[in-house]
Structure formats: structure tokens, C-alpha cells
Design a protein around this ligand. Sequence first.
Ligand code: MV4
Length: 455
Amino acid sequence: MIRKILIANRGEIAIRIIRACREMGIETVAVYSEADRDALHAQLADEAVCIGPATAKDSYLNMEQIISATILTGADAVHPGYGFLSENSRFAEHCEACNITFIGPDSKTMAKLGNKAMARKTMVEAGVPVIPGSDESITDSKQALAVAKEIGFPVIIKAVLGGGGKGMRVAHFAEEFEKEFLTAQKESSQAFGDNHMYLEHYVENPHHIEFQILADHYGNVIHLGERDCSIQRNHQKMIEESPSSIIDDKLRKKMGKAAVKAAKAAGYTNAGTIEFLLEDNENFYFMEMNTRIQVEHPVTEWVTGVDLIKEQIRIASGRHLSYTQNDVQMTGHAIECRINAEDPKHNFHPCPGKITDMYLPGGKGIRLDSAIYSGCTVSPYYDSMIAKLIVFAKNRKEAIAKMHSALGEVIIEGVTTNIDFLYDIMERDDYQEGDITISYMDQVMKEMQEERKWI
Ligand code: MV4
């Protein structure tokens, strides 16, 4: 039984979790940094505890403070949201040791999947398709070069403790391999304090497809279809949608089955995401598993009708899944745009500041997840995402029209945002056609540069 949840996060996701708790009759505790004294999440929760200075390291990443706040407020569980401590297996372990329910998988499963080489190995053994690559992690560049030659160029060099693109480099031929390897390794050492790397053949121009799964503590695992996250810039996703415009029912079934197999092989519980690369010839490969609720979860919620946060809490409480695979039907089309306080004209540089005035759209098929209000301050200390605009319509074409219309209504004054940029994407023929690969944003930026638009 979970009666009170401490939310170890801030911004829109903290509010998303508070809302789910309130509907379920669960009490909420917010934590906030000194920079977030006036933040909406701290005001909306039943209780709020200050956990330290503005710097994330001293507050939202401070495990001792968060565990202490949980114990002091008598919360039974912690929801980590995304980012911050959400994929930190040591934090989950501390929670377990203190008899606090961590809303996510157990710490051992998190640690196993956080090690991308181990995750890869688990999937190979389970028969989930992976990209041809090294079976063991490597630290020596000479040894790595020999493996790279076996795999065949181009190869991608990835940090074992990486994920999401950090510590990743592509080598197109043997001559540039060592330099790229050492750069990736140095990045990994600095970011993760670890120099273990692994190699894969580099798949050119694939689609980035991820499957949402849910798993309870009784061996039930279901998938909730896919999200197409190919529209990203520097590994920052910008627009996500469900379903993908390039996946039919047959392929969805096949990939969904692989996703469920992957989750079962890992002994996974709670909500998780299996990332795949998908090629035009319908070959797909496991890349990594994310053990958190993701930013883009609302598109899945809208096409399936499942409340993912409530399911996470139910699963953590030891209840059975509310749905069987047959209960899950995808209908309609959902698109999410991430609204960031950043300047597309200056290389998307963050633009923190005070929001002096705002108007947000509404109406049928519009959802806005945000933590902003008129007069609030967008802090320079944290991520620049200030809102998520999600739309739902019966098909992709109508969803795009709705997103276009909704973006046109948004007014945010005081900080520069990417809203006009997103609005322009909605108008593009190539976007409307769909069939978008991970190189799409690079192409768009290049075109815009040539047209002297936006840059
Ligand atoms: C790849 C890949 C192509 N081939 N692996 C990106 C984040 C992390 N999940 C793994 N990622 C990729 N792994 C192989 N073998 C392409 C990506 C990738 C990507 C790479 C460069 C620039 C943008 C990208 C966006 C999505 C995925």
C-alpha cells in the first residue's frame, strides 16, 4: 500500500505525478531547490521540502537529502520522474535499504540495463536482434581497432555507461578510428568516470523507434506500441509521435513481441522503454532500454488510453497490470512538441528569464503539460524545456493541422522560445509526408541555412 509519495523531481513531470497521485488519493511531497522556492510543483504538492542550493548536484541529485526528506515526511515511496536520479541504480539501492519503494525497476535490473554492454549481451542471449558489434567491453584502442575491422566500417564507438548519445563517436574508416575512440573514451571518463567502451556497426539513416512496455511483479509484460522519436537535434528530441508513420500492424506486432521479450529477458518490472533503430527494409535492432518514465510518454497515453504514471504506481504497490495485451488498442494519432526556452537563431542556446505574460491553447484534443505561469522565472540551472504541447486527432494529417493551429495560439513573453521554429516544421512538405530518419533535423538546418531562414 502506498499512501504518500515523494516526488524527486521538478517542473512539468513533478506536476504530472502530483496530478496522478491526487486522483488516486495518494498524498504528495514535493522537493525543491533554493532556486525553485516559487516553482509550481512545490506549490501544488500537499507538502514541500527544500533540499538544498540551486545546483542540481546539491539538490535534485543529492541522494542523502532526498532520502532524509522521504523519511522525515513519512512518505512510503519515491517517484524519480525522468533525468536527475531516475536511472541511478545506487539511489534505487539506497531506497531499498531504507524500506522506501522506488517507483521503477529494482536496483539490480537498473544497474544491469545501465551498463549498455551488459544490456546488449542480455538481448543477444535472449534472441532479440542487436546490431553486429563487440560482445565484450574494451578499453584498449589497438584491441578496439582489431574488433572494428572485424565488424566492418563505419563503426560507432559507445560508452558502456553512456546512453542517449553521450560518449558516442562514429569512425568511417580505419584511419580515423583511434582518434575517435580516444575522444569517445575521454568523454566517457569525464562524464561517467569509466573508460569501458563497446563497438557496433554504424547504421546509416535509420528511424528511432521506441516501444513502451509495462511489467508487473507477477511476470505479466505488455507493450503499448511505439513512439517515433526520429526528430531530434544533438540527441535532444524535439517532436515525438505515436503511432509511427512507417510502421504497419504486422511490423508493430513483430517489434512489440521483441520488446516484450527484451523486458522479460532483463527481469524487468514497472514502466520501461525499449529503443530500436529501424531501417527502411524493416530490419530493426535493440539499442538500449530506458528504465524511467520518458518525457514523451503522453503520446502513448493518448493513443492507448492508459495512464502510465498511475500504472507505475499500481505496479510499485504490488498490484497486477490493469490491462492485458489484448486490451491495448491504438487509436488515432498523437504528436508532442517540446517547447523550450531557447533561441533557434543562436544555435538553440538556452534563454532563461522571467515569463512576463502568457496564453496557452486548449480545446478538443489539446494537452499542455507544463510548470510555467505568468510571472514565473525560468531558471538557468535546469533543462530549458518549459512545456510539452500534445495533440490528438483521428489521423496524422489532422494531428499535424491541430498542432499547427495550437502552436499558432501560444503566447509566451519574456523569454525566447522555439515555438515559431516548431510551427515552421509543421508546415514543411517533408514533415507532412512522414518517413523521417534521425538525420532529418540536420537536413532541415542545412536547408534553412541556405535559405538564410532562422540562422
Ligand atoms: C546508433 C546509431 C546508429 N548505429 N548505433 C543515439 C543515442 C543512443 N541511444 C544510441 N544512438 C544511436 N546509436 C548504431 N549502431 C544511431 C544512433 C542515433 C543517433 C546517432 C547520431 C546522431 C543522432 C542519433 C539519433 C538517434 C540515434
